[in-house]
Design a protein around this ligand. Structure first.
Ligand code: ADP
Ligand code: MP5
Ligand code: MG
Length: 584
């Protein structure tokens, strides 16, 4: 028996876990430094080893003491880890002495790693000096040129450049360019401390192009350690195999999400509190052949499936998705509708309304609605419950006939399983073609099959909540009809918005249309890329793309692709048309 087990264990494939080594200072308050690095890597599913360069006595008020570790002992720690533990990426934080920078330089030459992330930590958020100006020259000469990316904040960028003032986004761009000339492959100038900015803006420069990375600025005191965590998350994504820009984008979103999640926590009495790194983020160690992160140009031809249309044309969902992708669809959203469920939901609605009517007149029925189950409702169920909850607010307590409930619960479960199976099969097809797959509404299905993201409507789960479930790298889209909704989607951390219905459609009954003017208004107000949806076909797609909004990145189509005899031919035609319209 014992022997069998040993045999089984040795038969398991060995798994290499991505590994980041952080070379930084310890923060006794555990908001920044080594402790932040450990937590950020853990949250991103990456192993983190630690070489400690200094021990600080630190809390939310400030830094009370610093004890620098002798350079020989830093060298000993570096050798212990680098000679044995297959490190992928080294990330540096507080490097408080010339000797430490020099031994690090030697060790990196002796034990090369895949990437080096340098966070040139100098001053804590509280204003205390962690590494003085005396190290600047050594940092420039010994380390910056070896770095794949450096991540200075405004003060650090200014110090590295000899003290020039940085106060605007254009100053940040100029600084990024000058810092790049010092030798690092990429530069990220962080704008967390940019004055008078309602957004948190960072400038990324790869030596060729500038990228202005924006997120909403979270109103919180808990920003201690954001810089360390950002750099660690970049290192973690690089260790997983991500490219530099996607790694930076995921890291920024990680910090934004974690800050939002922890904005109200209270630890300590000082002005700058730590945040919670280990929010319920899913670690995506699994590598998919699709590069993580959202690319707005994927919105160009956004194919939305419709199970009823597939039934009508007697084809499987997978055949439909495959044909759409082969025809040129650039992103796929899986939307399952179930006619039987809708019928049942409608029947419940009728019963509820009847009893409500009766109650309003007689007023003495004392009946209760059974509690919602833990599983998330399908679109049809939600409609009926929404109607029901409105009736609760009218102080009307109603008991559904038990038989009807059983029927609905049974159908709902059957639908969930069917939906999940379809999602898994479609994901395989999408990923083999490098196309992202989004799930309509159902966060649980997206999580269960590890889809690339979700699309939610105004009455579905809020995008900010979806984000905490799905993590920073997943794509989240929100349906919006108004500038206010578009603004909220941006605040909530969505990646794009779907605006419509632009024209009337029969796939969504009772859906208010916004028209081309409404679409334009929403595009102009939106900080996020937009995909237009609703009644768009070959005849009117050009008019949509030509409204003259730079952030309108494509159209979402249902019937014009899937309610056709040959999906492949229709998608090809549609794709050619959009390509032409987009290039004008
Ligand atoms: N209040 C905030 N809301 C959202 N993101 C923030 C906030 N403050 C800082 N960030 C982001 O956190 C990261 C760290 O930035 P910054 O505070 O400038 O660096 P440091 O912590 O090294 O001083 C950057 O990506 C920045 O945009
Ligand atoms: C030991 C140590 N290292 C780094 C920082 C900087 O923190 P931040 O992430 O806020 O820039 C810190 N306060 N303490
Ligand atoms: Mg910092």
């Amino acid at each position: 028996m014992q022997e069998d087990r040993t045999l089984m264990a040795s038969n398991h494939t060995k798994m290499k876990i991505p590994h980041v080594l952080t070379v930084a200072g310890s923060d006794s308050g555990a908001g920044a430094g080594i402790q932040a690095d450990l937590k950020a890597c853990a949250a991103r599913g990456v192993y983190c080893s630690t070489v400690i360069t200094a021990v600080t006595a630190q809390n939310t008020v400030g830094v009370q003491g610093v004890n620098i570790v002798p350079e020989d002992f830093v060298a000993e720690q570096l050798k212990s880890v680098l000679s044995d533990m297959q490190v992928d990426v080294v990330k540096t934080g507080m490097l408080p002495s010339l000797g430490i920078i020099s031994v690090l330089n030697q060790c990196l030459k002796e034990f090369p790693v895949r990437a080096l992330v340098v966070d040139p930590v100098m001053v804590s958020t509280s204003g205390d000096v962690l590494a003085g100006p005396s190290i600047l020259a050594e940092l420039r000469e010994e380390l910056l040129h070896m770095a794949d990316i450096i991540t200075p904040n405004l003060k650090e960028a200014s110090a590295l450049l000899g003290g020039q003032q940085l106060e605007t986004v254009s100053d940040m761009r100029a600084a990024a360019k000058l810092l790049h000339e010092m030798g690092p492959r990429n530069v990220l100038v962080k704008g967390g401390h940019l004055p008078d900015s309602s957004d948190a803006i960072d400038i990324f420069f790869d030596g060729q192009d500038f990228y202005e990375l924006r997120s909403s600025r979270i109103k919180t005191r808990n920003t201690h350690g954001t810089g360390c965590s950002l750099a660690s998350c970049i290192a973690a994504e690089l260790a997983k195999g991500s490219g530099m820009l996607p790694a930076v984008k995921v890291a920024k979103r990680y910090v934004e999400t974690a800050l939002d999640y922890s904005k109200d926590i209270v630890i300590g009495n000082g002005p700058q509190g730590p945040f919670d790194h280990l929010l319920r983020l899913k670690s995506s160690v699994k590598s998919s052949c699709r590069q993580v992160g959202f690319n707005p140009s994927d919105l160009l031809l956004y194919a939305v499936t419709d199970s009823r249309m597939n039934q009508k044309w007697s084809r499987s969902i997978t055949d439909a998705v495959k044909a759409a992708i082969e025809g040129g669809a650039t992103i796929v959203q899986l939307r399952m509708t179930n006619s039987l469920l809708h019928l049942i939901a409608f029947m419940i609605g009728v019963v509820v309304l009847q009893i409500d009517h009766y109650n309003a007149h007689i007023g003495s029925l004392n009946i209760t609605i059974p509690k919602r189950r833990k599983t998330m409702p399908s679109p049809g169920m939600e409609m009926s419950f929404k109607k029901a909850s409105r009736l609760i607010s009218l102080k009307c307590f109603i008991n559904f006939p038990p038989v009807l409930i059983c029927a609905v619960e049974w159908e709902k479960d059957a639908e969930t399983r069917e939906f999940l199976e379809a999602a898994k099969a479609c994901l395989e097809i999408c990923h083999s073609h490098g196309i992202p797959l989004l799930i309509n509404d159902r966060i649980d299905i997206a999580l269960a099959c590890d889809a690339d993201g979700v699309h939610v409507g105004q009455s579905d789960m809020p995008a900010s909540v979806a984000r905490t479930f799905l993590g920073p790298e997943k794509i989240i889209g929100v349906s919006c009809k108004t500038p206010e909704q578009a603004h909220q989607a941006w605040i909530d951390g969505a990646d794009y918005i779907g605006c419509g219905g632009v024209f009337p459609t029969n796939t969504k009954a009772n859906n208010l249309t916004v028209g081309l003017d409404g679409l334009k208004t929403v595009c102009e107000a939106s900080k996020l890329p937009v995909v237009a949806i609703g009644g768009i076909g070959a005849a009117n797609a050009r008019a949509v793309m030509e409204i003259g909004a730079f952030n309108l990145r494509g159209v979402a189509v249902v019937s014009a692709l899937f309610d056709r005899e040959c999906i492949l031919t229709e998608t090809r035609k549609f794709h050619a048309l959009l390509k032409e319209a987009a290039s004008m």
